[in-house]
Design a binder for this molecule. Sequence first.
Ligand SMILES: *[C@@H]1O[C@H](CO)[C@@H](O)[C@H](O)[C@H]1NC(C)=O
Ligand SMILES: *[C@@H]1O[C@H](CO)[C@@H](O)[C@H](O)[C@H]1NC(C)=O
Ligand SMILES: *[C@@H]1O[C@H](CO)[C@@H](O)[C@H](O)[C@H]1NC(C)=O
Ligand SMILES: [Zn+2]
Length: 480
Amino acid sequence: MDSDSISILTSKAPTKREEELPDSTDALLSSSDAPQKSSTKSVLFISLVLSTCVALSAAIAIAFLFFSSSSSSNSESINEVARPLTKLKHPVVLLISSDGFRFGYQFKTYTPNINRLIKNGTEAESGLIPVFPTLTFPNHYSIVTGLYPAYHGIINNYFTDPETNEVFTMASHEPKWWLGEPLWETVVNHGLKASTYFWPGSEVHKGSWNCPKDYCMFYNSSVPFEERVDTVLKYFDLSSSDIPSFMTLYFEDPDHQGHQVGPDDPLITEAVANIDEMIGKLIRGLEERGVFEDVTVIMVGDHGMVGTCDKKLIFLDDLTSWIEIPTEWVQYYTPLLAICPPSGYSPKDVVAKMNEGLKSGKVDNGQYLSVYLKEELPSRLHYAASDRIPPIIGLVQEGYKVEQKRSTRQECGGAHGYDNAFFSMRTIFIAHGPQFARGRKVPSFENVQIYNLVTTILNIQGAANNGTASFPQSILLPSH
Ligand SMILES: *[C@@H]1O[C@H](CO)[C@@H](O)[C@H](O)[C@H]1NC(C)=O
Ligand SMILES: *[C@@H]1O[C@H](CO)[C@@H](O)[C@H](O)[C@H]1NC(C)=O
Ligand SMILES: *[C@@H]1O[C@H](CO)[C@@H](O)[C@H](O)[C@H]1NC(C)=O
Ligand SMILES: [Zn+2]
């Protein structure tokens, strides 16, 4: 992940250097007095001047290289400041999620509308990094709380509370599951309005957010995308004080197609083109209302997608010679294996036996699954500090899946949920609005940074979270 820092050098930087270097060299040479006499003294003088010039120009070149690489990635927008609102009376952030929009999908086809946002906005050059596990509910809720799943409580799309044995599903709206403070709650706590056209957690009543009718849509996957966009646009027809300061808009695609056919099928190209059309419809609607340049549009996804096929499988039943893992112990199979053995079994012992089997060379694809006590997972995953996380977690290599037993089912498709270090799990971050530089590329970052970004744009104080306090300043334009 650290290798992303190389992306701070945009393709523009070398061009700039090439232009600048001959110029400064020329200027230095012409400023040295042209020698008149051909004496040894003057030859010596000339060579001295020349070598000084060479040394000087080299020093300047080095200084320039240093300066251009240590300064912001976009030399052209160094003097740019945030643009004032022209029509809206207060800042508005519209957060759009296109589920499973893997980073790179934007190059699959002609996407003129998304390109408008990119060209005149700020983009994470190598994509947005999801949190682990790279699943829909944990990530959407990290985006709006700034918290890693261990701290916001939605540690999976499906899990069991170890205290009460109650089961969380994607349809659970009881507040007790949803920890942290999502953006809509922060926004209404400050006396501002928020609206949600779908987002995991948005239906949940928390603090002063009670999912108000007309401003908070209950999840219904059958609502056509066009209708969602039209409803969001209608909020801009309200009187100024009623226009929500923060809005969400959610599309299930291209995740839906990605699971069925994997990331490289023409169906994905079609779904991406359709999402682009929705962005086009939105931009046109905002332009018709004269507010496109005033609204901050942040387009993200929750995670990427990788192709899976029936050859890349690991079966828990193959471990029987080392340890039997009954289905009742398994809370989640794949790509994140989550196991909770009953009391009386030592999780440490279970992990040791499973890994012994997996590494024996006698289990098909065993080398592609590693099993951990959650406390021993790599700390960069931040996946331990919650009782809701089962004691045993298995990580599979990219594209692999875990199943209980062999079946005759043959299938190829797509999956996500893997280690967030895999590039295939990355998604997009594209932001367009008054506080974002036009045409700027920034290094990749984790989605827990978005909470502070939104509260900074809205100029409100956010709740404590796992984002970096200085992050917003690093990607937003200064106010003057
Ligand atoms: C970018 O913004 C400028 C200034 O508002 C505008 O003239 C131009 O058409 C925009 N470009 C795109 C691709 O939308
Ligand atoms: C979901 O949306 C569809 C399409 O708009 C509508 O026909 C249906 O009644 C909605 N379902 C619920 C439960 O509101
Ligand atoms: C994440 O944020 C929560 C809430 O502020 C805090 O308790 C926790 O220690 C943070 N964790 C990390 C890894 O920063
Ligand atoms: Zn998803």
